[in-house]
Design a protein around this ligand. Structure first.
Ligand SMILES: [Fe+2]
Length: 289
């Protein structure tokens, strides 16, 4: 039976890849952001996930504006990264988990999510950089992945409510998967940032901190925001918060914060990391402890 261990949410700006490539983790500009990850590494060493289900948004590597599904689930046996033009090194290919992918796809379609399925899929920095932050060093990846791409690029975007329901449907499917697997769910992007227009450089710390608090125990509160609310409060690219909401939705147990970090700015973005533990609600307390 699959066990959903928890959720890791993180910013994914491309310049993180540049900082990793140049070894700038202890640089004064980057250190407050990278310092958010050693506690995550310690948790991973104990939790030992073997699969990562990644909610992220593609930025034009696999999908472009002429062909952009609202939700797309990877169903490949492996996933490659490729040059996106940011000047950051590509990462090693990831092993997929096609059996889990098809289980999720069948369950989501049965739940009336009309998703795209991708038996070939390139994964961009939004998937690769959080993975590199979790498992630094450039060695072989210790987990298989199932990428779930969400449209946060071209309007109309999915509603926040729909993203939460997508995550909840994924969570139910994971709970029902009849295979031994230790699953980490990931949501990548944000937090508040706007890269273009009159509000370029916009960051909203009070809103971000509210989201980081609400997402733990009140994700429905965030799901009630409209897309326009989210753009106004978090910036045009702050819509990536939707990946966090989907990841939170996939946790069906008792959720608590293991670790969190918030730092402004990294590359005109509010850099944030959260690690949520998902204690199975059905386990007796003593056994769970
Ligand atoms: Fe992004």
């Amino acid at each position: 039976m699959a066990t959903v261990l928890g959720a890791l949410t993180s910013s994914h700006v491309p310049s993180i890849g540049g900082a990793i490539a140049k070894g700038l983790q202890q640089d004064a500009y980057w250190k407050p952001f990278f310092d958010g990850f050693p506690p995550v590494h310690a948790w991973l060493a104990k939790a030992k996930p073997d699969v990562a289900v990644i909610f992220y948004n593609d930025h034009g590597l696999n999908f472009f504006l002429d062909n952009l599904p609202t939700f797309a689930v990877g169903a490949a046996s492996d996933y490659r990264n490729a040059d996106e033009g940011w000047g950051i090194p590509t990462v090693k290919p990831f092993k997929g988990d096609a059996a889990l992918s098809w289980h999720l796809i069948e369950s989501l379609v049965a739940d009336e999510f009309d998703i795209a399925t991708c038996q070939e899929m390139l994964v961009d920095h939004a998937a690769t950089l959080p993975m590199a932050l979790l498992w630094p060093g450039g060695g072989d990846w210790p987990v298989r992945i199932v990428p779930i791409a969400m449209n946060h690029v071209q309007h109309p975007l999915p509603t926040l409510s729909r993203c939460l329901k997508l995550g909840q449907a994924v969570g139910r499917a994971l709970d029902a998967w009849n295979e031994d697997a230790r699953v980490l769910v990931m949501g990548t992007g944000g937090l508040s940032h706007q890269l273009d227009g009159k509000r370029a450089g916009f960051i909203n710390k009070p809103f971000d901190l509210m989201c980081m608090e609400a997402i733990v125990g009140e994700p429905e509160r965030l799901a009630r925001l409209s897309v326009h609310d989210l753009v106004r409060e978090a910036g045009a690219q702050g819509t990536e918060l939707m990946t966090w909401i989907a990841a939170r939705g996939a946790l069906t147990g008792s959720v608590s914060v293991v670790h969190q970090n918030y730092h402004i700015p990294i590359s005109n973005t509010a850099g944030a990391t959260m690690l949520l533990d998902n204690r199975a609600a059905s386990l007796p307390q003593a056994r769970a402890a």
